[in-house]
Design a protein around this ligand. Structure first.
Ligand SMILES: CNc1ncnc2c1ncn2[C@@H]1O[C@H](COP(=O)(O)O)[C@@H](O)[C@H]1O
Ligand SMILES: [Zn+2]
Length: 354
């Protein structure tokens, strides 16, 4: 093994200045090299190295190995203080990368040793959002409560109840629910009652769907809800073992896809950038939003992901602009926020195309 620790390259100025919307970012997967350093110094006894918390340039892991990485990071982030720092840093890093609207998602955890509860976990994430707002960081941040599918039916239902409480009490910060976790563990059918309840109470649903092959039955069940957005959807279309039926459901319900190029290439569910399913959906004119998934773990940022999409699929600057602007229609915050963001894009356009 050899490892490169910092981000290997930086996107061109156009992509960095491009105003962007980030809709698929897992908090603990988004922790930067610099923040990991600070966590190390807080917990020297843990004996963890950078090579265990990020996947550098040219490296790949199996998806299974990626999930080991999350376990290591979660060991490093186990107090309210850690969560506050991590969330604050992640928000500021997205803002510095030109992200104007961010939906951050995270799985509430309890840690008996440190007194962390699922409720205080979410409260601390919201506190970070609030503090950044008070400091005037130029980014609108919302939160999705995540269900880790490996924890099963009961935990899923508890998580929905928690999300519901926060949706009602957080002044619009908690807008929805995410379903994520190792896609090879558990079955979506066991989570349907929880997801249905979430939908009925007004939480928006973003579900990881067909991230790995051979999940036609599960994807079909989950698409019947239907979700408000889809994470990855890598194996939905017929060319990769999905089906026309699944594609039809996605198209008829106009469900946007959150597409994460580097995540899929480094996690080896997609063989190379040029074979990424972005092309399939983009060619169809279907709403497709470029996202990072786990910018820390996969050593990337949203500017780089836009640049990669552009260079791989031959998008000119106008097409890239349209892509970032159309992402606004896919956010979970209300229409008034969409209008504000569109105005922001209009105001920034001359500067970006100077
Ligand atoms: C690579 N593709 C992926 N597929 C599925 N779930 C993923 C994921 N990347 C991240 N997560 C989910 O996000 C958690 C880490 O952030 P939080 O502790 O929630 O903030 C992981 O444990 C996993 O449940
Ligand atoms: Zn994800």
């Amino acid at each position: 093994f050899f490892f490169i620790f910092v981000m290997e390259s930086e996107a061109d100025v156009f992509y960095r200045e491009l105003p962007k919307v980030e809709l698929h970012a897992h908090l603990n997967g988004s922790v930067s090299y610099q923040t990991i350093e600070k966590l190390f110094s807080r917990k020297p006894h843990l004996n963890i190295e950078h090579s265990m918390t990020a996947i550098g340039k040219g490296q790949r892991r199996t998806l299974d190995e990626c999930f080991q990485v999350f376990k290591v990071i979660q060991q490093l982030v186990n107090t309210e203080e850690d969560i506050l720092m991590v969330a604050t840093d992640v928000i500021k890093e997205f803002a510095a990368d030109g992200v104007k609207y961010l939906e951050l998602r995270s799985t509430p955890r309890e840690e008996k040793d440190t007194g962390l509860t699922k409720k205080s976990y979410v409260e601390t994430c919201l506190k970070a959002i609030q503090q950044c707002k008070e400091e005037g960081v130029d980014i609108d941040v919302r939160f999705l409560v995540a269900i880790d599918r490996r924890n099963g039916t009961e935990v899923a239902m508890e998580t929905v109840k928690l999300a519901e409480e926060f949706m009602l009490s957080s002044d619009g910060l908690v807008v929805g629910l995410d379903l994520s976790g190792d896609p090879t563990v558990g079955h979506g059918k066991d989570l349907l009652p929880a997801l249905q309840r979430a939908k009925n109470c007004g939480l928006k649903l973003s579900l990881h769907l067909s991230e790995v092959p051979s999940q036609l039955e599960e994807s079909n069940l989950l698409l019947n809800l239907p979700p408000d957005r889809i994470g990855h959807g890598t194996f939905l279309h017929p060319e990769v073992g999905g089906s026309e039926g699944l594609v039809d459901k996605v198209v008829k319900n106009n469900i946007p896809l959150e597409l994460c190029l580097t995540s899929n290439v480094k996690g080896q569910t997609v063989p190379c950038y040029s074979k990424h399913h972005f092309n399939y959906w983009y060619q169809k004119g279907h709403p497709s939003v470029i996202c990072t998934d786990d910018k820390g773990v996969f050593s990337t940022d949203l500017s780089q992901e836009y640049q990669l999409a552009a260079s791989t699929f031959g998008l000119d600057r106008e097409a890239v602009w349209k892509l970032s602007r159309e992402a606004i229609d896919c956010i979970f915050a209300p229409d008034t926020v969409k209008q504000q963001l569109k105005q922001k894009w209009t105001d920034l356009q001359p500067q970006v195309f100077k």
